[in-house]
Design a protein around this ligand. Structure first.
Ligand code: NAD
Ligand code: UDP
Length: 317
């Protein structure tokens, strides 16, 4: 693949940091743009100094709700808090990030004729009535609930991207990302993987919201990044589900973590948040046919890496 100047917004976050390193290791010049709301430079770990000295890596502190002028060839637009705890902290800011931020990045892509990938989400399907979810499903989203700043924000972002594509021939990519986990999630992220693992490592009870029968399908971050890279190299402009299609409920997730950590875990049940989707699993047919995308890292292995990461973060065994 030809080497390029690539902008990654939200590049200091969980997924963004893995993506920046992958792009850098492929020989590209990488601009990592972030407002550091949930992201951190520490996510680059012991590669940080190497990146700074490479002459091919740049950090820009910037908020995507403000326009920015940069000369780039490709944009991965990831900037947006992804954990319900963080995106509900300042919901007006979340929807502004999704709408105004995406508008700014699409405008930049149009000006410099860059290809742009928008990190969309399985949340566009809301609490889905179709299972598993195909890209052709229009979703079941509450427009005025506590998740709407994120769900409807991402739906509007997809609309903007498609309209830029139709109206201005912008070269867009629209991955719909399903629950992704791995190293570099922050300890206080609030999503289920980091909560459960950190609670387990600290000897605290595991907080299951509701009865724990709700399902998700967890994708290890390296598999997702592979999907991003393959999608970016196609010329397909419509949404593509990316994730892992092995579906488990939260009680099974506790069991898997218990096995990974090797000691019994105590569980408590807390109230289920409003509009929490009951079931979620991607139909990956499109990604398989278009990209030959086959997530290869099973939960057991992904958990091993993730548990090791959180052990180091917390300084515990
Ligand atoms: P994250 O919170 O770790 O990363 C988001 C990054 O964006 C952080 O570095 C944050 O500081 C930055 N950011 C937030 N608002 C910004 C703004 N206004 N301007 C500039 N930077 C800003 O979350 P993540 O899990 O890495 O998610 C990355 C992207 O992938 C998000 O767009 C998210 O919606 C999408 N996504 C993630 C998942 C998942 O399971 N992790 C699922 C679906 C979609
Ligand atoms: N969840 C839970 N305990 C927690 C955090 C989350 O039981 O401490 C549940 C949550 O209610 C949801 C699932 O785990 O049903 C996944 O939640 P997460 O916030 O990770 O992602 P999302 O709901 O956005 O898929």
């Amino acid at each position: 693949m030809a080497r390029k100047v690539v902008l990654v917004t939200g590049g200091a976050g969980f997924i963004g940091s893995h993506l920046c390193l992958r792009l850098f290791d492929e020989g590209n010049r990488v601009i990592c743009l972030d407002n550091y709301f949930t992201g951190r430079r520490e996510n680059f770990g012991d590669r940080y100094i190497e990146l700074l000295h490479s002459g091919r890596f740049e950090f820009i502190r910037h908020d995507v709700i403000e326009p920015i002028m940069l000369e780039v060839e490709e944009i991965y637009h990831l900037a947006c808090p992804a954990s319900p705890v963080h995106y509900q902290y300042n919901p007006v800011k979340t929807i502004k990030t999704n709408v105004v931020g995406t508008y700014n990045m699409l405008g930049l892509a149009k000006r410099v004729k860059a290809r742009i990938l928008l990190a969309s989400t399985s949340e566009v399907y809301g609490d889905p009535e179709m299972h598993p979810q195909k890209e052709t499903y229009w979703g079941n989203v509450n427009p005025i609930g506590i998740r709407s700043c994120y769900d409807e924000g991402k739906r509007a972002a997809e609309t903007l991207a498609m309209d830029y594509h139709r109206q201005h021939k912008l070269d867009i990519r629209l991955p719909r990302i399903f629950n992704t986990y791995g190293p570099n999630m922050s300890v206080d992220d609030g999503r289920v993987m980091s909560n459960f693992i950190c609670q387990a490592l600290r000897g605290q009870p595991i907080t299951i919201y509701g009865d724990g029968k709700q399902t998700r399908s967890f994708c290890y971050v390296a598999d997702l990044i592979e999907g991003f890279r393959r999608l970016m190299e196609t010329n397909f402009h419509e949404p593509v589900n990316l994730g892992n299609d092995s579906e488990i409920d939260m009680l099974q997730l506790v069991e898997a973590i218990q096995k990974g950590i090797g000691r019994p875990l105590q569980v408590i049940h807390e109230e289920l948040p409003q509009d929490d989707p009951v079931r979620r699993r991607p139909d990956l047919t499109r990604a398989r046919e278009l990209l030959d995308y086959r997530p290869s890292i099973p939960l057991e292995e992904g958990l091993k890496h993730t548990i090791r990461f959180f052990q180091a973060q917390l300084g515990v065994d």
